[in-house]
Write a protein that binds this ligand. Structure first.
Ligand code: BTN
Length: 257
């Protein structure tokens, strides 16, 4: 993606005003963390057409076909306590889901903690990472991988992944979409900076059909079944299981069919 094509679609004040565009990079998150440590300003955008070591949650890799999708990371300096960093993924999910819902007619849903799905297939993943100075949060990097124009997926992803082109049946302008997403993110970021998380939690719940349903949460060492009851104030998932409520902070959630 060319920097001037991105700029044509920018309507933000700070998000995306400093851009580092790359044809190929190991990981936009890794590079963005380096820039954040070097005091890059809030809203700095690192964007690539291809990653050689794209990273996902829980130590996984992120697959994305060269030149087809949106792969980017934003540098933030949120004034939140480290316990609230889960809110960054929820706020980003809400902003991206909003941008997609205004652009496409197919249903777009949030899946805890950081996925966006269309018809129960994943089209977007978010990886938020933090930089600490002592116990203080100095910066955060929110990395977003959104399947836009990719129509073929490797065997292991074929039944799990989708893209906007697959769902809409047409090619999508990546720069225009990036502009819309950055706009929604910047608008919602005011709530992060003022500590107003309730609206984000409510909107996330309203965009997530998994809430209220029986789910299985797979974590590294265990699997838990329960009802996805609500979100905790820090964005954790409250599961009701055997009449007790437990808070889940990480894991893969699957709705029990
Ligand atoms: C997940 O669903 O596991 C999160 C995937 C996040 C992928 C994006 S692509 C841009 C940014 N750079 C990375 O290395 N990862 C994130």
């Amino acid at each position: 993606m060319r920097e001037d094509d991105i700029r044509k679609h920018l309507t933000t004040e700070t998000f995306g005003r400093v851009i580092y565009p790359f044809d190929v990079l190991d990981s936009t998150n890794t590079r963005a963390k380096e820039y954040a440590l070097a005091r890059a300003p809030e809203g700095t955008l690192v964007v690539a057409d291809e990653q050689t070591a794209g990273r996902g949650r829980m130590g996984r890799s992120w697959h994305s076909e060269k030149g087809k999708n949106l792969i980017f990371s934003l540098i933030l300096r949120p004034r939140i306590s480290p316990q609230m960093i889960g809110m960054l993924s929820l706020w980003s999910s809400v902003a991206i889901t909003r941008a997609l819902s205004t652009s496409f007619s197919f249903p777009v849903a949030c899946k805890w903690p950081n996925d966006i799905q269309v018809r129960r297939k994943k089209c977007c993943g978010i990886l938020s990472e933090c930089i600490f100075e002592g116990r203080q949060l100095a910066a955060a990097v929110v990395g977003i991988g959104l399947n836009v124009n990719q129509t073929e997926f490797p065997d292991d992803l074929r039944t799990l992944a989708t893209s906007l082109a697959v769902e809409s049946g047409g090619n999508v302008d990546r720069c225009e979409l990036l502009g819309k997403i950055l706009r929604e993110m910047e608008e919602g970021y005011a709530n992060i900076q003022s500590g107003s998380f309730e609206g984000i939690l409510e909107e996330w719940i309203s965009r997530s059909p998994m809430m209220g349903k029986p789910v299985t949460v797979r974590q590294q060492e265990r699997s838990i079944q329960g009802i996805a009851s609500r979100l905790a104030p820090d964005g954790g998932l409250i599961l009701t299981t055997d009449g007790k409520e437990i808070k889940i902070l990480a894991g893969d959630v699957k709705v029990v069919a």
